[in-house]
Design a protein around this ligand. Structure first.
Ligand code: NAI
Length: 330
């Protein structure tokens, strides 16, 4: 099987090349360009394409892929909100993903963001490097005995619940499908109650029509003053303009974002001053209590290795007709 691998970074090539030793039937060609309507035709002559979170797998791309003979789209990630599923079905393209590779990788990063915001680690780091050993502006609060509100308690949210529990926090959660495995130490509450009772709120639900902009000025107003908000899930769960308004209202002790609405626009890859000036992400970065990382929650050795082997196993499973299970999106 020949796979065209879009948006290949050196670390992808390292992890997939190692995993390929177990899959001698598979050949991969890596290209730097991401998948979109302009690059989809390059897939002619391949059996499958491999794409990532920000690839454009909309109707135009999929119809060009279908014309090029592609019947398998391998997502090397969990989320699939960037894929037009009805178009994939229409074009008879099977979409497979890696539903779980290392939930702890993302949950640990969410906690890292929460702690870094709370204790102003980024500010402390810069101050000390500049020979300023004063503590001004660095005051935080104990997480111990405070309330963590986890929205979405699937694999990553559950890992985050366990981490918060380990910190001695009270853990409350909101999910449309509560996770019974967490009943021993997690109290499920309404979204309203979670917003009003939590000292730290962490988002772990997928981006869907019902979760799009779930954090907006109305929901922000319901939060406690001095709350810490963390989003490692998808940028569009938060309405950025409203988040900026909430920050201006001094609602937040800190905001930690690993994902942001403009990610797909490659705002920071195209670093023209005009784009930066008008980007809401750049406006967010101008606030001293906001910390943004560049979608790196998944970025651990363990996670990359698991992503590579599950993605390649997905390809083999489809070829041998095993197309059931949660790895198949459609
Ligand atoms: P999952 O599918 O195991 O869990 C998602 C949970 O959200 C489920 O329990 C589901 O019932 C719940 N949910 C769905 N709609 C909801 C709603 N309207 N309100 C409240 N809860 C709702 O997914 P997993 O693996 O935990 O991943 C969560 C998200 O994390 C992914 O969708 C993806 O967007 C993001 N992610 C981010 C990464 C990063 O590097 N920053 C890496 C991997 C995933």
């Amino acid at each position: 099987m020949k796979i065209l691998f879009y948006d290949a970074k050196s670390y992808d090539q390292d992890s997939f090349s190692s995993a390929l030793a177990q899959f001698p039937e598979i050949k991969i060609e890596y290209i730097k360009s991401d998948l979109d309507p302009r690059t989809a035709a390059l897939a002619k002559g391949f059996d499958a394409v491999c794409a990532f979170v920000n690839s454009d797998a909309g109707d135009r791309t999929l119809s060009i892929l279908a014309e090029a003979g592609i019947r398998l789209l391998l997502l090397r990630c969990a989320g699939y909100n960037n894929v037009d599923l009805s178009s994939a079905k229409k074009h008879d393209i099977c979409v497979m993903r890696v539903p779980s590779y290392s939930p702890e990788a993302v949950a640990e990063h969410a906690m890292a963001l929460a702690l870094a915001c709370n204790r102003r680690i980024y500010k402390a780091y810069n101050k000390v490097r500049e020979n300023d050993f004063s503590l001004s502006g660095l005051m935080g609060f104990n997480f111990y005995e405070k309330t963590a509100g986890i929205i979405g308690t699937g694999k990553i949210g559950a890992a985050m619940c366990r981490i918060c529990r380990g910190f001695g926090m009270k853990v409350i959660a909101y999910d449309v499908y509560p996770n019974e495995a967490l009943n021993e130490f997690v109290e499920y509450v309404s979204l309203e109650q979670l917003l009003s009772d939590s000292d730290v709120i962490s988002l772990h639900c997928p981006l869907t029509d019902s979760t799009y902009h779930m954090i907006n000025i109305e929901t922000i107003r319901k939060m406690k003053d001095g709350v810490i908000l963390v989003n490692t899930s998808r940028g569009a769960l938060v309405r950025t303009e409203d988040l900026i308004e909430g920050i201006r209202l001094r609602k937040f002790a800190g905001v930690g974002l690993d994902v942001y609405e403009e990610e797909t626009d490659n705002v920071f890859e195209d670093r023209s001053d005009e784009i930066l000036e008008h980007s809401t992400t750049a406006r967010l970065l101008s606030f001293p209590n906001v910390m943004i990382t560049s979608h790196q929650g998944f970025f651990t050795r363990e996670a990359l290795s698991a992503i590579a082997s599950v993605t390649l196993q997905n390809a083999m499973d489809l070829q041998s007709g095993h197309t059931g299970g949660s790895n198949v999106v459609c």
